[in-house]
Write a protein that binds this ligand. Structure first.
Ligand code: ATP
Length: 210
């Protein structure tokens, strides 16, 4: 069964770092990749763009290809979503056997022990850690322990299981962040080639992040 891989994030805005990492993960894992924009809980710093605006940019970014798809389920729910609840829902939809892979940049992976019911994530999905420049693989002991127990190479036998492994995926390291893009736009600079042309054109036409 073709693995289903998921990349969650605020995507404020979507950029080539997300897109290229997701694309290479899709290739290396032979997976279908879904991008899941998040509703941000009220007590966390809010995205600059609201959910509808971020979705407009995601749709522009994903146009013209089939390998990366948009899944807005977390936005369609009223409140913020915990990843574990999203995975429970997806697991119910896809059945107990399909390999599901949660894609996380190294920075997001390092924060995993603070997530709600984080150990339950391994019952529901594999976790694939995507290389990202400027972020060391410096994990809390509890996370290191999970890596030691669950580590599997990309070419290993993780596809035989629906969940439970940790994979490290060597994607091209692009030093691109949404924060840096927002900063450039706020200063009146043009972050061309850091994100798709159609996404930049829409941001400029609507004067977002200015
Ligand atoms: P911000 O700068 O606003 O924090 P971001 O660029 O980190 O945003 P997010 O939407 O927070 O983007 O990231 C979603 C997911 O994509 C996270 O797992 C993050 O680690 C990963 N990611 C973001 N940028 C890259 C990149 N350049 N390379 C690899 N993974 C990335």
């Amino acid at each position: 069964m073709r693995p289903l891989a998921l990349l969650g994030g605020t995507f404020d805005p979507i950029h080539n770092g997300h897109l290229r990492a997701a694309w290479e993960a899709a290739e290396q894992l032979a997976a279908e990749v879904h991008l899941l924009p998040a509703n941000v809980p009220p007590h966390r710093p809010q995205p600059v763009l609201d959910a509808d605006q971020r979705v407009v940019l995601l749709r522009l970014a994903l146009a013209g290809q089939e390998r990366l798809r948009l899944d807005t389920r977390e936005l369609d729910r009223a409140g913020p979503s915990y990843t574990v609840d999203t995975l429970l829902e997806l697991r119910a939809e896809h059945g107990p056997r399909r390999p599901v892979v949660l894609l996380l940049g190294v920075d997001a992976f390092a924060g995993l022990p603070s997530w709600s019911r984080w150990l339950q994530l391994f019952d529901l999905a594999h976790i694939a850690v995507l290389a990202r420049p400027g972020h060391a693989r410096d994990y809390a002991p509890a996370l290191q322990e999970q890596c030691a127990r669950r580590g599997c190479s990309v070419d290993g036998d993780w596809r035989d299981r629906a969940a439970g492994n940790v994979l490290f995926v060597d994607v091209s390291e692009l030093d691109i962040s949404a924060t840096a893009i927002r900063r450039q736009l706020a200063r009146g600079q043009e972050p061309r080639f850091l994100l798709p042309d159609a996404v930049l054109a829409e941001i400029q036409a609507r004067r977002w992040y200015a």
